[in-house]
Write a protein that binds this ligand. Structure first.
Ligand code: ADP
Ligand code: MG
Length: 273
């Protein structure tokens, strides 16, 4: 019969986030490992909207570069909702950065290819992620990189403007999210995911969030000023020309100048070995 929550043994906490905790769990009968994202206070309307959106997106996606969902549990006694996912045994790219230090350019080439494939798939399904950053990209021992955490994602429907709302982690927000009129008339939410990818790659290479000096705690106003009025950050000179060029294409401030996922898949940084 169908599995119940009690069929899974909680082994450890993998991560904490907005209103939820992610556990590593073991299916008692088969010993298969999974990740279980338990969202508390799911009866609170904003939390509920977010978790239902995440469930909706995970249940309609089927890609080697998007984390797989194996089931959803609604606990009737309380207001918890739990999402059973494939376990990514090497954790997030943020946890790897913190534990093992910065990524090499060769590592990032592989990461980039896979994230672009994931984003390309999401676009084919009309999904904008809106929160691409190191902690939302997961990796396993096979070296597979997958996009996770669809809490603030959006399925595009009638108008592209539907995406232009204030969600996501503001540090990784693209200039057009703050000021659509100045930074690209033909605003599409997909371009924001490309910006997030560019910042993520810079952070993984340099070891700190690129808009701020190492160690500085971001506050919203400083960040917004840096993102909208500063030059986009770029790689240090020792990086290859292809890598620098690729980052430049992702971090065009004007979203209409920014490369699309399809264009980036043909960029020499990822298309040439
Ligand atoms: P939040 O909305 O709280 O950010 P996430 O889905 O991003 O939730 O999960 C929080 C953290 O938990 C991630 O950054 C990652 O470290 C860990 N995590 C989440 N899902 C998995 C998974 N499937 N496998 C392994 N670790 C995971
Ligand atoms: Mg997250």
């Amino acid at each position: 019969g169908a599995d119940r929550l009690s069929d899974f043994e909680r082994l450890q906490v993998l991560g904490h986030g907005n209103g939820g905790t992610v556990y590593k769990v073991r299916h008692r009968r088969t010993s298969t490992l999974y990740a279980l994202k338990v969202v508390h206070s799911a009866s609170d309307p904003p939390v509920r909207r977010q978790v239902l959106r995440e469930i909706d997106i995970l249940s309609r996606t089927d890609s080697p570069h998007v984390v797989r969902c194996h089931g959803v549990f609604h606990k009737h006694s309380g207001d918890n909702v739990a999402i059973l996912m494939e376990y990514m045994d090497s954790g997030s790219l943020e946890s790897i950065l913190n534990a093992s230090g910065t990524f090499s350019e060769a590592d990032l080439r592989g990461v980039t290819r896979q994230v672009l494939q994931g984003l390309s798939y999401l676009q084919s399904q009309k999904i904008v992620h809106r929160d691409i950053k190191p902690s939302n990209l997961l990796i396993n021992a096979k070296g597979e990189v997958k996009i996770a955490d669809f809490g603030v994602s959006k399925v595009m429907c009638r108008s592209l403007d539907a995406c232009n709302s204030y969600v996501g982690t503001c540090a990784y927000m693209s200039p057009e999210r703050f000021d659509p009129d100045t930074y690209g008339g033909n605003y599409s939410g997909y371009a924001g995911d490309v910006w997030g990818l560019g910042l993520t790659l810079l952070e993984l290479y340099m070891g700190h969030f690129p808009f701020l000096p190492q160690g500085q705690r971001p506050d919203w106003a400083t960040l917004m000023c840096a993102i909208c009025f500063g030059e986009p950050p770029s790689l240090p000179c020792e990086a290859s020309e292809d890598f620098k060029g690729f980052i430049g294409c992702c971090l065009q401030k004007d979203s209409s100048q920014r490369w699309t996922v399809a264009q980036l898949l043909n960029h020499p940084f990822v298309s040439i070995d």
